[in-house]
Design a protein. Structure first.
Length: 292
């Protein structure tokens, strides 16, 4: 007989509430009383806004069945005393992620590799693009590919189709993996808190065409990337993850661009992981992110 024991189902509870004594205790004591074992715990008290945040990953110590309904009913009695807003997630659960992309394929390739190898525990029900270039890549992975061209005049119609695909896919998250189009205010509002974008972060900032050529001409010393939630303000949504690396005079524009692509891939995948693992609290224009 095998000595390998089955992996216990894990659960994640996330909560935030006004800051006050006993906020950690109300969650951990409840879990202890119910016989659960805490695998991982993070908490943060934002004294600037008087708000407390906590994320706990836990599992049952026995093989007894877990009832989310019973758990929710019993915990709500405790949480309501602290005005807690809370959510519960349980394994196994794969987030459904719709990916939007244009012609640059590096971020898409990276996400597909992590999906294929199980590094990211997700499903990808659809890939949407305004160009046909990456359809074969999607087909190789067995993922439906929707080529939806867009012009200034057809933007409302195109976005209506995008939104229809997202809804029909029952997507938990939309990832703009170098989708080189500005989403309308209406679509941004529909995707609030459920869409992640990635863009380069060159310091100092260079906007417009050929940013890496501009950076080279100025002798840039830092190359980075920022992953953030989509908002009405272009590239200014709540930040989830950032990456940066130093460069020097030996980096020509093509070298800067290559370095930027690598950082974008890592930064975007990190942001996606934090989202699907319920590690992000978003409030106002800020985020609290409990990374591993």
């Amino acid at each position: 007989m095998s000595d390998i024991k089955p992996v216990s189902q894990t659960h994640i509870i996330t909560a935030d509430c006004p800051s006050r004594p006993g906020t950690v205790d109300v969650v951990t004591r409840f879990l202890c009383e119910k016989g659960f074992y805490i695998n991982e715990i993070h908490s943060f008290d934002d004294t600037a806004v008087n708000r407390f945040f906590i994320r706990i990953e836990f599992r049952a110590q026995t093989a007894t069945d877990f009832s989310a309904e019973t758990f929710s009913q019993e915990f709500e009695q405790r949480a309501s005393e602290f005005e807690m807003q809370w959510q519960l997630a349980s394994s196994p659960y794969k987030s459904k992620v719709v990916i939007m992309v244009s012609k640059h394929d590096h971020c898409l390739n990276d996400l597909l590799y992590r999906y294929r190898t199980g590094d990211l525990d997700i499903e990808i029900p659809a890939i949407i693009s305004n160009h046909p270039d990456l359809e074969e890549l999607a087909k190789w992975h067995g993922i439906p590919y929707y080529h939806l061209p867009i012009t200034k005049d057809t933007k409302p119609e195109q976005e209506a189709k995008v939104w229809q695909i997202i809804q029909e896919s029952d997507a938990d998250l939309v990832v703009l993996a170098r989708y080189m189009q500005v989403l309308s205010s209406d679509l941004c509002q529909k995707l609030s808190g459920k869409a992640i974008n990635i863009h380069h972060s060159l310091l100092p900032g260079f906007k417009g065409a050929r940013p890496y050529f501009q950076a080279y001409d100025r002798g840039i010393k830092l190359v980075g990337a920022t992953a953030h939630y989509v908002s009405d303000d272009l590239d200014e949504g709540p930040i989830i993850s950032q990456g940066v690396e130093t460069v020097d005079h030996g980096y020509y524009p093509k070298d800067l661009a290559a370095k930027g692509r690598d950082i974008e891939c890592l930064t975007l995948s990190r942001a996606v992981r934090c989202h699907i693992e319920h590690r992000i609290f978003m409030y106002g224009k800020k985020t609290v992110v409990f990374s591993k």
